[in-house]
Design a protein around this ligand. Structure first.
Ligand SMILES: *Cc1c(COP(=O)(O)O)cnc(C)c1O
Length: 417
């Protein structure tokens, strides 16, 4: 957990790097979280493995227990400089954030943030294209704690206002949505939520703060799975939630009450990933766009769901609101079934088959969006109902030409029933 104002308060926390908010994203990524008293004379914040923090005497021990401020030693559950450096770095990258809380996974970040906001009897509005575990959480865990979840069509801004009642406490957004990649009008939806007195949370894993400054666009809490772009190497799990002054405190208190803590080794890996996140995102987005263009010209493809692609669904809002993209997108197969999608994916040799995304290596996954929505039809009403199955690609850092040749192999295998 790390708070931006520590620096302003002059508690001795001095950034090693001269990078600040006036600099570009890549400059800030290089300098983020590298404070002198946490890092010492080396470049990277060292790994502080610590449960017990020793006090010089019992008076200091008693005194230590009275303060619960960021960047203060107490006990390992409140972290140590490695975790503080990562949280501080993420806060610095999110315009409008007062602080960031780290969680052991992205799902834990979503659960932790929702629990910081919701009470029994509340209604939560959830976007219908939410990440599947978010749906499961809404229909399971949250229900058990007395929260009622209602799913809404993320593209129906007009209808959104009518979904609120006097028990509506929070809204969970995600843009682009999982699997189907719809880009919603986040500023408009967040403004409506605010007007109705509800808290808006957004799962901003796809774009990260680099591509979509969620708090600046009107959201109250920005959540990210650091497992994806920040880690970037498919070898760690972590999540984060950043918020302004109103919600940072409740996020932090709830995380402490739930005992959320991340390992300093993983925090160190996440910090390492963060340094190159800008160039990785840029490169994978560029390859993804080239591959999306190529897929759009294939006769086996009904639709490419890639907001970065001109003419694709959500492209205009993506251009208006986003400053970057990434390598994750989907495409819908023309009238093919589950077995065809599986043949396609099984034939790929450069793409791994597996969950997650945002690593340096490309991944592919057959998808059936129809199975995980309730408020909106899939395929959408204006599309051919036979165009249901698709494939989600996470484009990594391989050469795009090689990946395209691999996808060609997939299409050939798909037709050999
Ligand atoms: C992967 C993912 C998560 C969950 O992150 P984990 O770190 O795997 O728990 C949350 N939201 C989205 C959109 C994701 O893709």
């Amino acid at each position: 957990m790390g708070r931006r104002s520590d620096r302003a308060q002059g508690n001795g926390a001095r950034p090693v790097s001269g990078a600040d908010e006036s600099h570009g994203a890549n400059t800030r990524l290089v300098g983020a979280g590298r404070r002198e008293e946490w890092t010492g004379p080396v470049v990277n914040p060292p790994v502080w493995r610590a449960s017990t923090h020793l006090y010089p005497d019992t008076a200091a021990l008693r005194e230590g227990g009275k303060h619960n401020a960021d960047g203060r030693f107490f006990y390992g559950r409140r972290g140590a400089p490695t975790q503080w450096a990562l949280a501080d770095a993420l806060t610095g990258l999110e315009p409008g954030a007062a602080g960031t809380v780290l969680y052991p996974s992205g799902v834990a970040a979503i659960a932790g943030a929702l629990m910081a906001v919701l009470r029994p009897g509340d209604v939560l509005l959830v976007t219908d294209n939410a990440y599947e575990p978010s749906r499961i959480m809404a229909n399971g865990l949250l229900k058990r704690f007395g929260v009622e979840s209602r799913f809404f069509d993320p593209l129906d801004v007009e209808g959104f206002a009518s979904r609120f009642c006097d028990r509506t406490r929070a809204v969970l957004l995600e843009s682009p949505g999982s699997l189907t990649m719809e880009v919603c009008d986040v500023p408009a939806l967040a403004a409506i939520a605010r007007e109705k007195g509800a808290v808006s949370l957004i799962d901003n894993t796809w774009a990260s703060a680099l591509g979509f400054p969620a708090l600046e666009r009107g959201c109250d809490i920005a959540i990210m799975s650091l497992t994806k772009h920040v880690g970037g190497h498919s070898d760690l799990m972590m999540g984060a939630a950043s918020a302004g002054d109103r919600w940072y405190g409740p996020l932090r208190q709830t995380a402490q009450a739930l005992g959320h803590v991340v390992s300093p080794d993983d925090a160190s890996l996440a910090l390492r990933g963060l340094r190159t996140m800008g160039v990785r995102l840029e490169k994978s987005a560029e390859s993804a766009l080239a591959i999306a263009r190529w897929l759009a010209g294939r006769e086996e493809v009904a639709q490419v769901l890639c907001p970065m692609l001109p003419g694709a669904p959500g492209h205009d809002l993506w251009r208006r609101d986003f400053t970057g993209g990434c390598g994750l997108f989907s495409f819908v197969l023309k009238g093919r079934d589950a077995a065809a999608a599986a043949r396609f994916v099984d034939a790929l040799t450069l793409f791994g088959i597996g969950f997650s995304w945002g690593g340096y290596e490309s991944l592919a996954l057959p998808i059936d969006p129809a199975a995980i929505r309730s408020a909106t039809p899939w395929p959408p009403a204006d599309r051919n109902p036979a165009d249901r199955w698709g494939v989600r690609l996470s484009i990594g850092l391989e050469d795009a030409g090689d990946l395209i040749r691999d996808l060609e192999r997939g299409f050939a295998a798909m037709e050999q029933a």
